[in-house]
Design a protein. Structure first.
Length: 624
Protein backbone atom coordinates (compact mmCIF):
# COMPACT_ATOMS: atom_id res chain seq x y z
CA UNK A 1 0.00 0.00 0.00
CA UNK A 2 2.87 2.37 0.90
CA UNK A 3 4.45 2.01 -2.53
CA UNK A 4 1.09 2.62 -4.21
CA UNK A 5 0.58 5.80 -2.20
CA UNK A 6 4.14 6.88 -2.96
CA UNK A 7 3.50 6.26 -6.66
CA UNK A 8 0.40 8.45 -6.49
CA UNK A 9 2.41 11.18 -4.74
CA UNK A 10 5.07 11.04 -7.47
CA UNK A 11 2.43 11.31 -10.19
CA UNK A 12 0.66 14.23 -8.49
CA UNK A 13 3.95 16.07 -7.89
CA UNK A 14 5.10 15.58 -11.48
CA UNK A 15 1.76 16.72 -12.93
CA UNK A 16 1.71 19.73 -10.59
CA UNK A 17 5.18 20.69 -11.79
CA UNK A 18 4.11 20.60 -15.44
CA UNK A 19 0.90 22.52 -14.74
CA UNK A 20 2.86 25.19 -12.87
CA UNK A 21 5.21 25.70 -15.81
CA UNK A 22 2.41 25.74 -18.37
CA UNK A 23 0.63 28.39 -16.28
CA UNK A 24 3.70 30.63 -16.02
CA UNK A 25 4.51 30.13 -19.72
CA UNK A 26 1.15 31.61 -20.64
CA UNK A 27 0.46 34.13 -17.87
CA UNK A 28 3.99 35.25 -17.04
CA UNK A 29 6.82 34.25 -14.73
CA UNK A 30 6.97 35.07 -11.04
CA UNK A 31 9.93 37.05 -9.71
CA UNK A 32 13.26 35.38 -10.49
CA UNK A 33 13.99 33.70 -7.15
CA UNK A 34 10.35 32.63 -6.63
CA UNK A 35 10.07 31.07 -10.10
CA UNK A 36 13.43 29.36 -9.82
CA UNK A 37 12.94 28.15 -6.25
CA UNK A 38 9.55 26.56 -7.01
CA UNK A 39 11.07 24.88 -10.08
CA UNK A 40 13.91 23.56 -7.89
CA UNK A 41 11.44 22.43 -5.22
CA UNK A 42 9.55 20.20 -7.63
CA UNK A 43 12.80 18.69 -8.91
CA UNK A 44 14.01 17.99 -5.35
CA UNK A 45 10.72 16.40 -4.37
CA UNK A 46 10.72 14.11 -7.40
CA UNK A 47 14.36 13.09 -6.83
CA UNK A 48 13.79 12.20 -3.16
CA UNK A 49 10.57 10.35 -4.00
CA UNK A 50 11.95 8.29 -6.88
CA UNK A 51 15.72 7.80 -6.47
CA UNK A 52 16.85 6.01 -3.28
CA UNK A 53 19.83 7.03 -1.17
CA UNK A 54 22.03 4.25 -2.56
CA UNK A 55 21.86 2.37 -5.84
CA UNK A 56 21.04 5.35 -8.03
CA UNK A 57 18.43 4.70 -10.71
CA UNK A 58 19.21 0.98 -10.87
CA UNK A 59 16.37 -0.76 -8.99
CA UNK A 60 18.45 -3.94 -8.65
CA UNK A 61 21.21 -2.13 -6.76
CA UNK A 62 18.80 -0.15 -4.60
CA UNK A 63 17.84 -1.76 -1.32
CA UNK A 64 14.85 0.10 0.09
CA UNK A 65 14.23 -0.28 3.80
CA UNK A 66 12.09 1.39 6.42
CA UNK A 67 15.07 3.52 7.50
CA UNK A 68 15.88 4.67 3.95
CA UNK A 69 12.21 5.38 3.21
CA UNK A 70 11.89 7.49 6.38
CA UNK A 71 15.12 9.28 5.44
CA UNK A 72 13.80 10.04 1.94
CA UNK A 73 10.57 11.48 3.31
CA UNK A 74 12.56 13.50 5.84
CA UNK A 75 14.55 15.08 2.99
CA UNK A 76 11.28 15.54 1.10
CA UNK A 77 9.91 17.55 4.03
CA UNK A 78 13.13 19.54 4.44
CA UNK A 79 12.92 20.51 0.76
CA UNK A 80 9.35 21.73 1.24
CA UNK A 81 10.18 23.68 4.41
CA UNK A 82 13.35 25.38 3.13
CA UNK A 83 11.92 26.56 -0.20
CA UNK A 84 8.46 27.49 1.09
CA UNK A 85 10.28 29.53 3.73
CA UNK A 86 12.24 31.36 1.00
CA UNK A 87 9.11 32.03 -1.09
CA UNK A 88 7.19 33.39 1.92
CA UNK A 89 10.09 35.42 3.35
CA UNK A 90 11.62 36.68 0.14
CA UNK A 91 9.71 39.97 0.05
CA UNK A 92 10.78 40.68 3.62
CA UNK A 93 14.40 39.81 2.79
CA UNK A 94 14.27 42.31 -0.08
CA UNK A 95 12.84 44.95 2.27
CA UNK A 96 15.80 44.32 4.62
CA UNK A 97 18.15 45.09 1.73
CA UNK A 98 19.35 41.50 1.50
CA UNK A 99 20.39 41.32 5.15
CA UNK A 100 19.92 37.80 6.48
CA UNK A 101 18.72 36.45 9.81
CA UNK A 102 19.74 33.29 11.67
CA UNK A 103 16.74 31.45 10.19
CA UNK A 104 17.63 32.54 6.64
CA UNK A 105 21.11 31.09 7.06
CA UNK A 106 19.84 27.83 8.52
CA UNK A 107 17.39 27.33 5.67
CA UNK A 108 20.00 28.34 3.10
CA UNK A 109 22.53 25.87 4.50
CA UNK A 110 19.93 23.10 4.48
CA UNK A 111 18.99 23.84 0.85
CA UNK A 112 22.62 23.75 -0.32
CA UNK A 113 23.07 20.32 1.30
CA UNK A 114 19.80 19.09 -0.23
CA UNK A 115 20.90 20.18 -3.70
CA UNK A 116 24.24 18.40 -3.30
CA UNK A 117 22.54 15.19 -2.17
CA UNK A 118 19.85 15.26 -4.84
CA UNK A 119 22.48 15.91 -7.54
CA UNK A 120 24.54 12.97 -6.25
CA UNK A 121 21.50 10.70 -6.46
CA UNK A 122 20.50 11.74 -9.95
CA UNK A 123 23.84 12.47 -11.67
CA UNK A 124 26.47 10.67 -9.60
CA UNK A 125 29.40 12.07 -7.64
CA UNK A 126 31.21 14.15 -10.31
CA UNK A 127 29.27 17.42 -10.09
CA UNK A 128 28.70 17.42 -6.28
CA UNK A 129 32.42 16.76 -5.68
CA UNK A 130 33.34 19.75 -7.89
CA UNK A 131 30.78 21.86 -5.99
CA UNK A 132 32.16 20.75 -2.61
CA UNK A 133 35.72 21.59 -3.73
CA UNK A 134 34.37 24.99 -4.82
CA UNK A 135 32.74 25.57 -1.43
CA UNK A 136 35.98 24.66 0.38
CA UNK A 137 37.88 26.99 -1.96
CA UNK A 138 35.51 29.84 -1.07
CA UNK A 139 35.73 29.22 2.69
CA UNK A 140 39.47 28.46 2.89
CA UNK A 141 40.82 30.66 0.10
CA UNK A 142 42.69 32.92 2.54
CA UNK A 143 44.92 29.94 3.40
CA UNK A 144 45.93 29.31 -0.23
CA UNK A 145 49.19 31.08 -1.14
CA UNK A 146 49.91 32.85 -4.41
CA UNK A 147 47.59 33.95 -7.20
CA UNK A 148 45.08 31.14 -6.60
CA UNK A 149 44.30 32.40 -3.10
CA UNK A 150 41.80 35.10 -2.10
CA UNK A 151 40.81 36.99 1.02
CA UNK A 152 38.38 34.27 2.08
CA UNK A 153 34.60 34.14 2.52
CA UNK A 154 33.00 33.38 5.88
CA UNK A 155 30.23 30.76 6.09
CA UNK A 156 27.41 33.25 6.73
CA UNK A 157 28.35 35.44 3.77
CA UNK A 158 28.70 32.38 1.53
CA UNK A 159 25.24 31.00 2.43
CA UNK A 160 23.59 34.41 2.08
CA UNK A 161 25.16 34.89 -1.38
CA UNK A 162 23.94 31.47 -2.49
CA UNK A 163 20.45 31.61 -0.95
CA UNK A 164 19.02 35.12 -1.21
CA UNK A 165 20.63 36.41 -4.42
CA UNK A 166 20.45 35.34 -8.06
CA UNK A 167 24.23 34.89 -8.18
CA UNK A 168 24.45 31.44 -6.57
CA UNK A 169 21.94 28.59 -6.48
CA UNK A 170 19.40 30.68 -8.36
CA UNK A 171 21.68 32.05 -11.07
CA UNK A 172 21.14 32.05 -14.86
CA UNK A 173 21.28 28.27 -15.56
CA UNK A 174 18.50 27.49 -13.10
CA UNK A 175 16.55 30.47 -14.43
CA UNK A 176 16.77 29.13 -17.97
CA UNK A 177 15.79 25.66 -16.75
CA UNK A 178 12.78 27.12 -14.94
CA UNK A 179 11.55 28.98 -18.00
CA UNK A 180 12.74 27.80 -21.43
CA UNK A 181 14.20 24.35 -20.86
CA UNK A 182 11.27 22.84 -18.98
CA UNK A 183 8.77 23.87 -21.63
CA UNK A 184 10.88 22.29 -24.37
CA UNK A 185 11.33 19.10 -22.36
CA UNK A 186 7.56 19.01 -21.92
CA UNK A 187 7.12 19.60 -25.66
CA UNK A 188 9.41 16.61 -26.32
CA UNK A 189 7.38 14.51 -23.87
CA UNK A 190 4.16 15.31 -25.73
CA UNK A 191 5.82 14.45 -29.05
CA UNK A 192 6.95 11.10 -27.69
CA UNK A 193 3.51 10.40 -26.21
CA UNK A 194 1.87 11.10 -29.57
CA UNK A 195 4.16 8.56 -31.27
CA UNK A 196 6.56 10.95 -32.98
CA UNK A 197 9.53 8.79 -31.92
CA UNK A 198 8.07 5.81 -33.80
CA UNK A 199 7.43 8.09 -36.77
CA UNK A 200 11.11 9.14 -36.87
CA UNK A 201 12.25 5.50 -36.84
CA UNK A 202 9.71 4.37 -39.45
CA UNK A 203 10.47 7.40 -41.62
CA UNK A 204 14.21 6.72 -41.47
CA UNK A 205 13.61 3.03 -42.21
CA UNK A 206 11.44 3.71 -45.22
CA UNK A 207 13.91 6.31 -46.50
CA UNK A 208 17.29 4.62 -45.97
CA UNK A 209 16.62 1.09 -44.70
CA UNK A 210 17.20 -0.61 -48.06
CA UNK A 211 20.37 1.35 -48.86
CA UNK A 212 23.76 -0.33 -48.54
CA UNK A 213 24.31 -0.81 -44.79
CA UNK A 214 20.81 0.59 -44.32
CA UNK A 215 20.26 0.06 -40.57
CA UNK A 216 23.32 2.17 -39.71
CA UNK A 217 21.93 4.98 -41.86
CA UNK A 218 18.54 4.52 -40.19
CA UNK A 219 20.32 4.97 -36.86
CA UNK A 220 21.89 8.23 -38.05
CA UNK A 221 18.69 9.71 -39.47
CA UNK A 222 16.39 8.64 -36.63
CA UNK A 223 18.86 9.62 -33.89
CA UNK A 224 19.46 12.96 -35.57
CA UNK A 225 15.73 13.68 -35.62
CA UNK A 226 15.01 12.29 -32.17
CA UNK A 227 18.10 13.87 -30.64
CA UNK A 228 16.87 17.34 -31.47
CA UNK A 229 13.98 16.87 -29.07
CA UNK A 230 15.34 14.43 -26.46
CA UNK A 231 17.83 16.73 -24.69
CA UNK A 232 19.95 13.74 -23.63
CA UNK A 233 22.35 11.74 -25.79
CA UNK A 234 22.18 8.75 -23.41
CA UNK A 235 18.38 8.75 -23.51
CA UNK A 236 18.60 8.99 -27.29
CA UNK A 237 20.81 5.89 -27.46
CA UNK A 238 18.49 3.91 -25.22
CA UNK A 239 15.33 4.89 -27.12
CA UNK A 240 16.49 4.56 -30.73
CA UNK A 241 19.44 2.22 -30.21
CA UNK A 242 17.29 -0.58 -28.84
CA UNK A 243 15.82 -0.78 -32.35
CA UNK A 244 18.72 0.20 -34.64
CA UNK A 245 21.67 -1.60 -32.99
CA UNK A 246 20.21 -5.14 -33.31
CA UNK A 247 19.37 -4.38 -36.96
CA UNK A 248 22.94 -3.23 -37.65
CA UNK A 249 24.33 -6.40 -36.09
CA UNK A 250 21.85 -8.51 -38.04
CA UNK A 251 23.07 -7.38 -41.47
CA UNK A 252 26.76 -7.81 -40.59
CA UNK A 253 28.16 -4.78 -38.74
CA UNK A 254 30.42 -5.65 -35.80
CA UNK A 255 28.78 -5.05 -32.38
CA UNK A 256 31.28 -2.34 -31.40
CA UNK A 257 30.71 -0.53 -34.71
CA UNK A 258 26.93 -0.69 -34.24
CA UNK A 259 27.19 0.70 -30.70
CA UNK A 260 29.62 3.42 -31.77
CA UNK A 261 27.45 4.58 -34.70
CA UNK A 262 24.41 4.92 -32.47
CA UNK A 263 26.42 6.75 -29.80
CA UNK A 264 27.89 9.24 -32.29
CA UNK A 265 24.53 9.81 -34.01
CA UNK A 266 22.79 10.34 -30.66
CA UNK A 267 25.46 12.76 -29.46
CA UNK A 268 25.05 14.85 -32.60
CA UNK A 269 21.42 15.47 -31.67
CA UNK A 270 22.66 17.73 -28.87
CA UNK A 271 23.96 20.29 -31.36
CA UNK A 272 21.53 19.69 -34.21
CA UNK A 273 19.04 22.59 -34.56
CA UNK A 274 16.31 23.47 -33.79
CA UNK A 275 16.21 22.23 -30.16
CA UNK A 276 19.88 21.30 -29.51
CA UNK A 277 19.41 20.00 -25.99
CA UNK A 278 19.16 22.20 -22.91
CA UNK A 279 22.46 24.05 -23.23
CA UNK A 280 21.44 26.07 -26.30
CA UNK A 281 18.88 28.01 -24.24
CA UNK A 282 21.45 28.69 -21.54
CA UNK A 283 23.91 29.87 -24.19
CA UNK A 284 21.40 32.27 -25.74
CA UNK A 285 20.57 33.70 -22.31
CA UNK A 286 24.22 34.08 -21.28
CA UNK A 287 25.11 35.82 -24.53
CA UNK A 288 21.96 37.94 -24.60
CA UNK A 289 21.16 36.94 -28.18
CA UNK A 290 18.05 35.38 -29.76
CA UNK A 291 17.86 31.61 -29.42
CA UNK A 292 17.33 31.30 -33.18
CA UNK A 293 20.77 32.93 -33.71
CA UNK A 294 22.38 30.08 -31.75
CA UNK A 295 20.51 27.56 -33.92
CA UNK A 296 21.66 29.25 -37.11
CA UNK A 297 25.28 29.28 -35.96
CA UNK A 298 25.14 25.57 -35.11
CA UNK A 299 23.58 24.53 -38.43
CA UNK A 300 26.62 24.12 -40.72
CA UNK A 301 28.85 22.30 -38.15
CA UNK A 302 25.97 19.94 -37.32
CA UNK A 303 25.33 19.11 -41.00
CA UNK A 304 29.06 18.49 -41.55
CA UNK A 305 29.11 16.17 -38.51
CA UNK A 306 26.24 14.03 -39.75
CA UNK A 307 27.41 14.04 -43.36
CA UNK A 308 30.87 12.79 -42.33
CA UNK A 309 29.31 10.07 -40.16
CA UNK A 310 26.93 9.02 -42.94
CA UNK A 311 29.80 8.73 -45.42
CA UNK A 312 31.98 6.70 -43.03
CA UNK A 313 29.11 4.29 -42.37
CA UNK A 314 28.68 3.92 -46.14
CA UNK A 315 32.39 3.15 -46.58
CA UNK A 316 32.23 0.52 -43.82
CA UNK A 317 29.32 -1.13 -45.60
CA UNK A 318 31.31 -1.18 -48.87
CA UNK A 319 34.36 -2.67 -47.10
CA UNK A 320 32.23 -5.44 -45.55
CA UNK A 321 30.11 -5.98 -48.68
CA UNK A 322 26.89 -5.30 -46.76
CA UNK A 323 23.46 -4.80 -48.27
CA UNK A 324 20.36 -3.10 -46.94
CA UNK A 325 17.17 -4.57 -45.55
CA UNK A 326 14.85 -6.00 -48.23
CA UNK A 327 12.17 -3.49 -49.21
CA UNK A 328 9.35 -5.91 -48.40
CA UNK A 329 10.48 -5.92 -44.74
CA UNK A 330 10.40 -2.13 -44.48
CA UNK A 331 7.50 0.28 -43.99
CA UNK A 332 6.47 2.18 -47.10
CA UNK A 333 7.26 5.90 -47.08
CA UNK A 334 3.76 6.92 -48.23
CA UNK A 335 2.11 4.84 -45.52
CA UNK A 336 4.44 6.21 -42.84
CA UNK A 337 3.70 9.79 -43.85
CA UNK A 338 -0.02 9.09 -44.15
CA UNK A 339 -0.25 7.40 -40.74
CA UNK A 340 2.00 9.64 -38.64
CA UNK A 341 3.37 12.40 -40.86
CA UNK A 342 1.08 14.99 -39.29
CA UNK A 343 2.96 14.57 -35.98
CA UNK A 344 5.96 16.48 -37.32
CA UNK A 345 3.91 19.64 -37.97
CA UNK A 346 4.27 21.02 -34.38
CA UNK A 347 8.07 20.94 -34.80
CA UNK A 348 7.75 23.10 -37.92
CA UNK A 349 5.37 25.37 -36.01
CA UNK A 350 7.95 25.68 -33.25
CA UNK A 351 10.66 26.77 -35.69
CA UNK A 352 8.26 29.19 -37.40
CA UNK A 353 7.27 30.83 -34.10
CA UNK A 354 10.91 31.23 -33.11
CA UNK A 355 11.79 32.75 -36.49
CA UNK A 356 8.99 35.33 -36.36
CA UNK A 357 10.11 36.47 -32.91
CA UNK A 358 8.13 34.54 -30.30
CA UNK A 359 10.04 33.90 -27.08
CA UNK A 360 11.20 30.27 -26.70
CA UNK A 361 8.79 29.86 -23.80
CA UNK A 362 5.75 31.06 -25.76
CA UNK A 363 6.79 29.12 -28.86
CA UNK A 364 7.14 25.95 -26.80
CA UNK A 365 3.82 26.54 -25.04
CA UNK A 366 1.81 26.87 -28.23
CA UNK A 367 3.68 24.00 -29.87
CA UNK A 368 2.62 21.73 -26.99
CA UNK A 369 -1.01 22.52 -27.61
CA UNK A 370 -0.41 22.04 -31.33
CA UNK A 371 0.77 18.49 -30.57
CA UNK A 372 -2.42 17.93 -28.60
CA UNK A 373 -4.64 19.20 -31.41
CA UNK A 374 -2.84 17.44 -34.26
CA UNK A 375 -2.72 14.15 -32.38
CA UNK A 376 -6.52 13.93 -32.77
CA UNK A 377 -6.24 13.60 -36.54
CA UNK A 378 -5.84 9.82 -36.19
CA UNK A 379 -6.97 7.34 -33.54
CA UNK A 380 -3.55 5.73 -32.98
CA UNK A 381 -1.87 9.09 -32.26
CA UNK A 382 -4.67 10.67 -30.22
CA UNK A 383 -3.66 12.02 -26.81
CA UNK A 384 -6.67 11.45 -24.58
CA UNK A 385 -6.95 12.52 -20.94
CA UNK A 386 -4.88 9.63 -19.55
CA UNK A 387 -2.12 10.08 -22.13
CA UNK A 388 -2.24 13.83 -21.49
CA UNK A 389 -1.54 13.24 -17.80
CA UNK A 390 1.14 10.72 -18.75
CA UNK A 391 2.86 13.32 -20.95
CA UNK A 392 2.76 15.87 -18.10
CA UNK A 393 4.35 13.31 -15.79
CA UNK A 394 6.96 12.25 -18.35
CA UNK A 395 8.05 15.85 -18.94
CA UNK A 396 8.49 16.58 -15.24
CA UNK A 397 10.40 13.35 -14.61
CA UNK A 398 12.76 14.07 -17.51
CA UNK A 399 13.46 17.59 -16.23
CA UNK A 400 14.72 16.48 -12.79
CA UNK A 401 18.34 15.94 -13.75
CA UNK A 402 18.57 19.16 -15.78
CA UNK A 403 17.18 21.24 -12.90
CA UNK A 404 19.56 19.72 -10.36
CA UNK A 405 22.54 20.05 -12.72
CA UNK A 406 21.73 23.74 -13.18
CA UNK A 407 21.26 24.32 -9.44
CA UNK A 408 24.49 22.54 -8.48
CA UNK A 409 26.35 24.34 -11.26
CA UNK A 410 24.90 27.55 -9.80
CA UNK A 411 26.75 26.87 -6.55
CA UNK A 412 29.99 26.70 -8.52
CA UNK A 413 29.16 29.84 -10.51
CA UNK A 414 28.53 31.62 -7.18
CA UNK A 415 31.95 30.54 -5.95
CA UNK A 416 33.62 31.76 -9.16
CA UNK A 417 31.99 35.20 -8.98
CA UNK A 418 32.20 35.65 -5.19
CA UNK A 419 35.92 34.79 -5.01
CA UNK A 420 36.99 36.39 -8.28
CA UNK A 421 38.26 33.01 -9.54
CA UNK A 422 36.97 33.67 -13.06
CA UNK A 423 39.20 36.72 -13.56
CA UNK A 424 42.18 34.94 -12.03
CA UNK A 425 41.68 31.85 -14.19
CA UNK A 426 41.57 33.98 -17.35
CA UNK A 427 44.73 35.84 -16.36
CA UNK A 428 46.60 32.67 -15.41
CA UNK A 429 45.66 30.76 -18.58
CA UNK A 430 46.55 33.71 -20.83
CA UNK A 431 49.89 34.12 -19.04
CA UNK A 432 50.61 30.37 -19.21
CA UNK A 433 49.81 30.35 -22.95
CA UNK A 434 51.79 33.62 -23.38
CA UNK A 435 48.79 35.12 -25.15
CA UNK A 436 48.80 32.45 -27.86
CA UNK A 437 45.22 31.75 -28.97
CA UNK A 438 45.89 28.21 -30.22
CA UNK A 439 47.40 27.12 -26.89
CA UNK A 440 44.49 28.73 -25.04
CA UNK A 441 42.02 26.84 -27.25
CA UNK A 442 43.79 23.56 -26.49
CA UNK A 443 43.70 24.34 -22.75
CA UNK A 444 39.98 25.18 -22.86
CA UNK A 445 39.30 22.07 -24.97
CA UNK A 446 40.90 19.79 -22.38
CA UNK A 447 39.13 21.67 -19.58
CA UNK A 448 35.79 21.05 -21.32
CA UNK A 449 36.59 17.37 -21.78
CA UNK A 450 37.64 16.93 -18.15
CA UNK A 451 34.66 18.88 -16.82
CA UNK A 452 32.39 16.76 -18.99
CA UNK A 453 33.43 13.48 -17.37
CA UNK A 454 30.23 11.87 -16.16
CA UNK A 455 28.18 15.08 -16.46
CA UNK A 456 25.22 16.02 -18.59
CA UNK A 457 25.92 18.25 -21.59
CA UNK A 458 24.37 21.33 -19.98
CA UNK A 459 26.28 20.91 -16.69
CA UNK A 460 29.60 20.37 -18.50
CA UNK A 461 28.96 23.40 -20.71
CA UNK A 462 28.05 25.68 -17.78
CA UNK A 463 31.06 24.69 -15.69
CA UNK A 464 33.54 25.19 -18.52
CA UNK A 465 32.12 28.33 -20.06
CA UNK A 466 32.26 30.32 -16.80
CA UNK A 467 36.01 29.66 -16.70
CA UNK A 468 37.05 29.10 -20.31
CA UNK A 469 34.66 31.46 -22.09
CA UNK A 470 36.19 34.70 -20.73
CA UNK A 471 39.70 33.42 -21.62
CA UNK A 472 38.81 33.07 -25.30
CA UNK A 473 36.82 36.29 -25.46
CA UNK A 474 39.75 38.22 -23.93
CA UNK A 475 41.97 36.81 -26.69
CA UNK A 476 39.63 38.25 -29.33
CA UNK A 477 37.41 35.27 -30.12
CA UNK A 478 33.84 36.10 -31.16
CA UNK A 479 31.65 35.46 -28.04
CA UNK A 480 29.27 33.12 -29.89
CA UNK A 481 32.20 31.16 -31.34
CA UNK A 482 33.77 30.94 -27.86
CA UNK A 483 30.59 29.55 -26.32
CA UNK A 484 30.01 27.12 -29.19
CA UNK A 485 33.63 25.95 -28.89
CA UNK A 486 33.05 25.01 -25.25
CA UNK A 487 29.61 23.58 -26.05
CA UNK A 488 30.92 21.19 -28.71
CA UNK A 489 33.57 19.70 -26.47
CA UNK A 490 31.04 19.42 -23.64
CA UNK A 491 28.81 17.43 -26.02
CA UNK A 492 31.48 15.08 -27.33
CA UNK A 493 32.86 14.43 -23.84
CA UNK A 494 30.03 11.88 -23.60
CA UNK A 495 31.72 9.72 -26.27
CA UNK A 496 35.27 10.39 -25.10
CA UNK A 497 36.92 7.93 -22.65
CA UNK A 498 37.35 7.42 -19.76
CA UNK A 499 33.70 8.23 -18.86
CA UNK A 500 32.04 8.08 -22.27
CA UNK A 501 28.52 7.54 -20.96
CA UNK A 502 26.80 7.65 -24.35
CA UNK A 503 29.28 5.23 -25.92
CA UNK A 504 28.93 2.89 -22.92
CA UNK A 505 25.15 2.95 -23.29
CA UNK A 506 25.54 1.96 -26.95
CA UNK A 507 28.01 -0.76 -25.96
CA UNK A 508 25.56 -2.11 -23.39
CA UNK A 509 22.85 -2.57 -26.02
CA UNK A 510 25.31 -3.92 -28.61
CA UNK A 511 27.01 -6.31 -26.19
CA UNK A 512 30.44 -4.94 -27.13
CA UNK A 513 33.48 -3.93 -25.02
CA UNK A 514 32.77 -0.41 -23.64
CA UNK A 515 36.27 1.04 -24.17
CA UNK A 516 36.64 -0.37 -27.67
CA UNK A 517 33.22 1.06 -28.57
CA UNK A 518 34.15 4.47 -27.12
CA UNK A 519 37.45 4.67 -29.04
CA UNK A 520 35.71 3.69 -32.26
CA UNK A 521 33.06 6.35 -31.57
CA UNK A 522 35.87 8.91 -31.28
CA UNK A 523 37.11 7.88 -34.75
CA UNK A 524 33.66 8.19 -36.28
CA UNK A 525 33.18 11.61 -34.67
CA UNK A 526 36.63 12.81 -35.80
CA UNK A 527 35.28 15.95 -37.43
CA UNK A 528 33.77 17.16 -34.14
CA UNK A 529 37.21 17.22 -32.50
CA UNK A 530 38.74 19.79 -34.84
CA UNK A 531 35.90 21.74 -36.44
CA UNK A 532 35.43 23.98 -33.33
CA UNK A 533 38.99 25.25 -33.89
CA UNK A 534 38.05 26.14 -37.44
CA UNK A 535 34.92 28.13 -36.62
CA UNK A 536 36.91 30.08 -34.00
CA UNK A 537 39.45 31.12 -36.65
CA UNK A 538 36.88 31.28 -39.48
CA UNK A 539 33.48 32.37 -38.09
CA UNK A 540 31.99 32.06 -41.59
CA UNK A 541 31.27 28.43 -40.59
CA UNK A 542 28.91 29.69 -37.86
CA UNK A 543 27.03 31.90 -40.29
CA UNK A 544 29.04 35.09 -39.85
CA UNK A 545 29.70 36.85 -43.16
CA UNK A 546 27.97 37.37 -46.48
CA UNK A 547 25.82 34.60 -47.97
CA UNK A 548 28.18 33.85 -50.89
CA UNK A 549 31.16 33.19 -48.61
CA UNK A 550 29.02 31.09 -46.26
CA UNK A 551 27.74 28.88 -49.12
CA UNK A 552 31.24 28.51 -50.61
CA UNK A 553 32.67 27.51 -47.23
CA UNK A 554 29.83 25.05 -46.68
CA UNK A 555 30.22 23.33 -50.07
CA UNK A 556 34.01 22.94 -49.80
CA UNK A 557 33.62 21.69 -46.22
CA UNK A 558 31.20 19.00 -47.45
CA UNK A 559 33.88 17.86 -49.92
CA UNK A 560 36.35 17.96 -47.05
CA UNK A 561 34.12 15.54 -45.14
CA UNK A 562 34.55 13.05 -47.99
CA UNK A 563 38.33 13.32 -47.64
CA UNK A 564 38.11 12.98 -43.85
CA UNK A 565 35.79 9.96 -44.02
CA UNK A 566 38.08 8.15 -46.46
CA UNK A 567 41.12 8.96 -44.33
CA UNK A 568 39.50 7.66 -41.14
CA UNK A 569 38.08 4.52 -42.76
CA UNK A 570 41.15 3.84 -44.94
CA UNK A 571 38.97 3.33 -47.98
CA UNK A 572 37.84 5.25 -51.06
CA UNK A 573 37.33 3.20 -54.23
CA UNK A 574 39.58 0.57 -52.66
CA UNK A 575 41.75 0.25 -49.57
CA UNK A 576 44.10 3.19 -48.90
CA UNK A 577 47.67 2.93 -47.61
CA UNK A 578 48.88 5.13 -44.74
CA UNK A 579 50.56 7.60 -47.07
CA UNK A 580 47.34 8.32 -48.93
CA UNK A 581 45.40 8.47 -45.65
CA UNK A 582 47.78 11.10 -44.32
CA UNK A 583 47.42 13.14 -47.52
CA UNK A 584 43.63 12.90 -47.23
CA UNK A 585 43.75 14.13 -43.63
CA UNK A 586 45.67 17.17 -44.84
CA UNK A 587 43.23 17.59 -47.75
CA UNK A 588 40.25 17.34 -45.38
CA UNK A 589 41.62 20.04 -43.10
CA UNK A 590 42.40 22.41 -45.97
CA UNK A 591 38.97 21.90 -47.56
CA UNK A 592 36.99 22.39 -44.35
CA UNK A 593 39.07 25.50 -43.55
CA UNK A 594 37.59 28.38 -45.61
CA UNK A 595 39.89 29.97 -48.17
CA UNK A 596 40.48 29.75 -51.96
CA UNK A 597 44.11 28.60 -51.77
CA UNK A 598 43.42 25.95 -49.14
CA UNK A 599 40.39 24.71 -51.11
CA UNK A 600 42.53 24.30 -54.25
CA UNK A 601 45.18 22.35 -52.30
CA UNK A 602 42.65 20.10 -50.58
CA UNK A 603 40.55 19.56 -53.67
CA UNK A 604 43.65 18.74 -55.71
CA UNK A 605 44.80 16.11 -53.19
CA UNK A 606 41.36 14.49 -53.04
CA UNK A 607 40.95 14.45 -56.84
CA UNK A 608 44.47 13.10 -57.45
CA UNK A 609 44.00 10.17 -55.04
CA UNK A 610 40.55 9.44 -56.45
CA UNK A 611 41.83 9.39 -60.05
CA UNK A 612 44.82 7.24 -59.06
CA UNK A 613 42.61 4.66 -57.37
CA UNK A 614 40.13 4.69 -60.24
CA UNK A 615 42.89 4.17 -62.85
CA UNK A 616 44.41 1.36 -60.80
CA UNK A 617 41.05 -0.36 -60.46
CA UNK A 618 40.46 -0.11 -64.23
CA UNK A 619 43.91 -1.66 -64.87
CA UNK A 620 43.10 -4.54 -62.55
CA UNK A 621 39.74 -5.09 -64.25
CA UNK A 622 41.30 -5.00 -67.75
CA UNK A 623 43.97 -7.60 -66.90
CA UNK A 624 43.22 -11.02 -68.45
Amino acid sequence: MGSIRKGHLVTLTAIAMSVFHLYTAQFGLFSAIVQRSIHLLFALLLIFLTIPTFGGKDPQRAKPSIVSTVWDFFLFLLSLISIIYLVLQFREIVMRGGATTKYDLIMGGILILLVLEATRRSLGWSLPVIAIIGILYALLGDRIPGLWGHKGVDLETFIAYQFVTTEGLFTVPLGVSASFIFIFILFAAFLVTSGTGEFFIDFANSLTGNWRGGPAKVAIVSSGFFGTISGSSVANVVSTGSFTIPLMKRIGYQPKFAGAVEAVASTGGQFMPPVMGAAAFIMADMLGIPYIRVCLAAMIPAILYYFALFYMVHLEAIKLGLKGIPKEELPRLKQVIFKRGHLILPAFLLVYLLVIGYSPMKAGFWSIWAVMGISFFRNETRIGFKRFLSALERGAMTSREVALACACAGIIIGVVTQTGLGLKFSTLVIEACKGDLFLALVAVMFTSMIMGLGLTTSAAYILTVILGGPVLIKLGVDPLAAHLFVFYYACISTITPPEALTAYAGAGIAGSPPFATAFLAMRLAAIAYFIPFLFVYYPVLIWKGDLLHILAAFLTAIIGCLALGSAVQGHMISRLNWGFRLLLFIGAFTLIKPGIFSDIVGGGLLLAIYLFQRARKQRVVSLP
